[in-house]
Design a protein around this ligand. Structure first.
Ligand code: ZN
Length: 263
């Protein structure tokens, strides 16, 4: 059902295409309308196919970035000649490129650190997270739950305070932004079912919650610890009051979604 509503998003990491002549370009350009078009026009005239990449332009900044992996298979030009053509555009300030260590396996090696909403971030595969959780439970037993729960509380509280200080958000607006950001960051697809500021009560439903999805249909009871704590920390700041959060439905016990209620 989500495949109809949501398209997946590949964070630009690289391209694997054996036997292809792959090149990664990283271009600094003027942050003006038409700059991207001018660059892609040069590329398309050379019949180069752009495979994957990203564009970052912050409003009011004079310089923006575009980077992509392109397929130069069959092109009778050196990469330096292609660079020269792009560099000749008046909207282009600088062009760098990289070629793969192993043919056809172009991993982005030109950009660091990784930023999400301007903040330094790292990516873990969900499989790695699952293994980390399993190792901690195997080593420390049922007490591990409290570790994840406490981690969640701290993260939720800090998130709420950050949005208050940086964006002056509060109440339902703050909750909405944090929830929709969970979609952007791949945590799951939350839905605010109920929110009452005065009664300090809320119901949050989450489809595809990462933490419970990795143990889908494997338990008889709700399993979320981290996200449950995250909501507790978040709502504590939003309501300026301690609230208990319980998980009433969970994909780990075969439900369609995880649902969290304040108490
Ligand atoms: Zn759950």
């Amino acid at each position: 059902v989500f495949a109809e509503v949501f398209a997946s998003k590949d964070v630009f990491t690289g391209i694997y295409s054996p036997k292809k002549r792959l090149v990664e370009f990283s271009i600094k350009k003027k942050n003006v309308p038409g700059a991207l078009l001018a660059i892609t026009k040069v590329i398309s005239e050379l019949k180069i196919n752009i495979l994957s990449g990203y564009v970052t332009a912050y409003p009011d900044e004079p310089i923006s970035m575009v980077s992509f992996v392109a397929d130069l298979t069959g092109l009778n030009l050196s990469v330096d000649e292609v660079v020269k053509k792009i560099q000749a555009l008046d909207v282009v300030l600088d062009v760098k490129y990289a070629q793969p260590e192993i043919e056809g396996f172009m991993i982005d090696c030109m950009h660091f650190p990784l930023l999400a909403l301007g903040e330094k971030s790292i990516l873990f595969r969900l499989e790695t997270i699952k293994n980390m959780f399993e190792r901690i439970y195997a080593s420390f037993g049922t007490g591990s739950a409290i570790i994840f729960y406490e981690m969640g509380i701290g993260a939720g509280e800090r998130k709420a305070r950050k949005l208050i200080s940086e964006y002056e958000l509060k109440g339902l607006d703050l909750l909405k932004i944090v929830m929709v950001e969970r979609i952007a960051k791949g945590w799951g697809i939350p839905e605010i079912v109920h929110f009452d500021d005065k009664k300090c009560s809320a119901i949050i439903r989450v489809y595809e919650l990462f933490e419970c999805n990795i143990v889908k249909d494997m338990f008889n009871e709700p399993t979320s610890q981290f996200f449950k704590g995250y909501l507790k920390g978040l709502l504590k700041v939003i309501f300026s009051k301690e609230v208990e959060v319980i998980e009433t439905s969970c994909v780990a016990k075969g439900d369609k979604y995880c649902e969290f209620h304040t108490k």
